[in-house]
Design a protein around this ligand. Sequence first.
Ligand SMILES: Nc1ccn([C@@H]2O[C@H](COP(=O)(O)O)[C@@H](O)[C@H]2O)c(=O)n1
Ligand code: ZN
Ligand code: ZN
Length: 577
Amino acid sequence: AQPSAPDPIPAPLRGLEFGQLNFLHTTDTHGWLAGHLQEPSYAADWGDYVSFATRIREKVEARGQDLLVIDTGDRVEGNGLYDSSEPKGVYISEILRHQPIDLLTSGNHELYKQNTSEAEFFTTIPNFRGNYIASNIDIFHPGTKELVPLAPRYKKFTTKLQGIRITAFGFLFDFTGNNNRTVVQPVEETIKEDWFQEAIRDKDVDLFLVIGHVPVKSQEYQAIFRAIRSLRWGVPIQFFGGHLHIRDYARYDAKAVGLASGRFMETIGFLSIDGLSTSTPVFKRRYIDNNLFSLRHHSGLDEDGFPTEQGRNVSRLIAESRSALHLDEVHGCAPRDLWMSRVKYPSNDSIYTWLESQVLVDSLKDESRGDTPALAILNTGAIRFDIFQGPFTQDTTFIVSPFTSGFRYVKDVPYDQAQLIVGILNKQPQILRTPRYSPFTPLAPPEQLAYSNDIVADLTVGASKPQQAPLSGQEPELIPGYTTKDDAGTDGDDTVHSPISFYRVPNCIQALVAANASAVPETVDLVYIDFIERHVALAAKFAGLDVNFAQESEVYMPSMTLTDLLLDWVKTHWKCE
Ligand SMILES: Nc1ccn([C@@H]2O[C@H](COP(=O)(O)O)[C@@H](O)[C@H]2O)c(=O)n1
Ligand SMILES: [Zn+2]
Ligand SMILES: [Zn+2]
């Protein structure tokens, strides 16, 4: 049976302040279109979002105002609904298209693999007829082999009710890990192109709208802001961003702001602009917790009035898709919660400590290498979500570890030098993982940024697994969750939460896998996830190793991915009572 999403939770809410032009924004949904089945705060699904967007549109249009719905990429990779189908993504693209999205663009995850970028080209882009923009991405057309824009570079349009004239761009940050059938032009170069320079010289524009898979506090957005502002000092500029998986709001000047709306369908971003043509436009932002209590409240409708027929159909489609994919099939039962950053690393409840000390030690072994000890290095970014105590399902498998990266190794490397590599990788700034905060937020001197076990106390951070809303005595107890601090202050979240502590996580972890755990080996097989090969190769050089990775590395445990390794371990070790 399909488990139903947890009941909505009553909590103190801040309302939406509508304006002349209103936006709803999602980013980095990573396939979580079924919502969070184990977390009441984020349990609404894409069907509920379809109903919500309709209800908000009805509300603002009744006041003569306009609504635009935006998505800024990374719609793929990270959830069983996307990753467990063959081919990947077939259910997701069918579900996504039922939300009328006015403007959307690509994230880096749409470009890691050739299949994924071609699915964008042949399915998602046609599904959103004319609304998908790709200002700095090209693709080699799979038929003609010619290099062509992935989608139109920009779009000029007017809004439905007020005829607001908008020129919209859609950018990806300066990403270099894309597959070789695509080309990502650095933003700083794209903005010198004639088409961009002409577009920003157009005088008949009331608003420049820049959507992108780009952090709102980034050099890329600063460059776009400067390019537009240097020519068009009086025109408002609205940015929507993503990629860092955080809630964030940036104020570039009195007429230019940017909003980032979190990750994994936890957040629906809301933004309104009033007084567009005045010298002092007013911007209001809200980060909505994606649950039915919030969505109904902001729509001003109850359980019966809120859902639309279309929304209900999409929720049904999601349930049917999950069923077809057997996402609720239980592979084992986790005996306790394991956290990515809610506890210190290393510690008993750290998912990374569990990986190092149990999963890798028990399961990493290439039969062809006999008893040769291995030193295994993983990037912490390969793990995407916490594990909650209880059933570990087919869905959990991909939620925790969606990527198809396998292992590679270099034989017989001196252990003394190999064991230095992880330390070198962890001295780098955030590579190989998504930082939970903006790199522009001053946190600590740079030398301390690499990795320390300090609590990250007052950051804009995400929440995991909020408790049920306990009401004791007169005072409602707050539910732990997002307590966002951004350029407009601390009142952005719709739900008033108590804060959650987060701890820094290193870029990489390592485990020594050896038959005789107490002996220090002379040489080891240096094993690593193939995704991080170029970083490991560079760090190995710094460690004094003379290894040509392109020539000397080989596949370790052929056709075994980290996902397979984890799942096998869970099936063997986490039996349900
Ligand atoms: N095969 C892969 C692909 C990605 N990663 C990790 O994901 C990070 C990027 O994800 P965003 O959602 O933040 O764009 C990347 O930095 C890696 O940490 C991976 O491990 N393996
Ligand atoms: Zn992402
Ligand atoms: Zn991203």
